[in-house]
Write a protein that binds this ligand. Structure first.
Ligand code: PRP
Ligand code: MN
Ligand code: MG
Length: 176
């Protein structure tokens, strides 16, 4: 698709959002001994890198890779684990880190999967939230910025694997 991109959320605004998110997360986990942040590949890597450097105390990071695909019989979406976390999460405070919540399917399934392993607590954090696109209800504990239903890229988020390296978030504008 021929397109151009337009800056939507600047580096400065992203930094400010991360400072605010980190403040809330640090307050919430002030008594936690071994917080484990779990990023969902690949979109969350840039956000994870910047967010974890703002978290105080003992913090560990891990990653999971899941792919979501349609289930023709139930018209819902299933999630397949391509790479699991390496850590044993049972009894741990776990914070799932996502770049973007769209339908909510990815986070919802990952949440269900991780809950079966009996973490001490499980919370969700996303940089961006698109509530208009929600298909399944999922409670998100920490939300950076709520955005309208726009096609966005940058800061980890791709369009056909491109633009993850943009330091800001941009809108994709189709050209004819
Ligand atoms: C994107 C995004 C979220 C997910 C949100 O990931 O990074 O993880 O989709 O969509 P949902 O709420 O509808 O599940 P994608 O599957 O494109 O993989 P990527 O992170 O590797 O780009
Ligand atoms: Mn993703
Ligand atoms: Mg993607």
């Amino acid at each position: 698709m021929k397109h151009t991109i337009e800056m939507m959320i600047s580096e400065q605004e992203i930094n400010k959002t991360l400072d605010q998110l980190a403040e809330r997360i640090n307050a919430h986990y002030a008594d936690s001994e071994r917080l484990l942040m779990v990023g969902l590949l690949k979109g969350s890597v840039v956000f994870m890198a910047d967010l974890c450097r703002r978290i105080k105390g003992h913090v560990e990071i891990d990653f999971m890779s899941v792919s979501s695909y349609g289930n023709s019989t139930t018209s819902s979406r299933d999630v397949k684990v391509l790479k699991d976390v390496q850590s044993d999460i049972s009894g741990r405070d776990v914070l799932i880190v996502e770049d973007l919540i769209d339908s909510g399917n990815t986070l919802n399934k990952v949440r269900e999967m991780l809950l079966l392993r009996e973490p001490k607590s499980l919370a969700l954090c996303t940089l961006l939230d698109k509530p208009e696109r929600r298909e399944v209800d999922v409670h998100v504990d920490f939300i950076g910025i709520t955005i309208p239903d726009e096609f966005i890229v940058g800061y980890g988020i791709d369009y056909a694997e491109q633009y993850r390296n943009l330091p800001y978030i941009a809108k994709v504008v189709p050209l004819d």
